[in-house]
Design a protein around this ligand. Sequence first.
Ligand SMILES: [Zn+2]
Length: 169
Amino acid sequence: MGTAHSFVCSQCGEKHSDLPDLAFNAPYHYSELNETERKRAKLSADFCEIDQDRFVRGVLPITIRDYDAETFSFGVWVSLSAENFERYKALFKEEDPQEPPYFGWLCNHINGYPDTLSLKTNVVLQPYPSRPHIHLESTDHPLAKAQREGIMMDELMAVLHTHGAFDGG
Ligand SMILES: [Zn+2]
């Protein structure tokens, strides 16, 4: 995150010295499976397979307008076509992946926004070891607007507190 300045949070009044991460360890679809069903699925840090469905983890960057234009990134999962999933796997360690964006459906519920599940995205591969960047389709959805225009720290803090991102440390 670079510069280590702290700020007083408008949500809880505490001083936070760093932005926490907010990342999902799996697509929502995986978290919904019971133990038996999970035996049919595969989940790693970057890839998930559930029956015919294919998911990859990426980062959804948003500029914080009043915080030195730093970027906050949500760690989220998207579903890809089986073909693009295999291409990404093959290119995973590529340092200069020359790929057109892949279409992906957002596969997590980000609290603090109207439902984010199944928002349309473009998935842009990044040089290894960075995860792909997720760009939301430019719609009126508040998260898409936030990504397009940036957000204010107050709004981001509200979202992070909704997720308990500052709890336990
Ligand atoms: Zn706070």
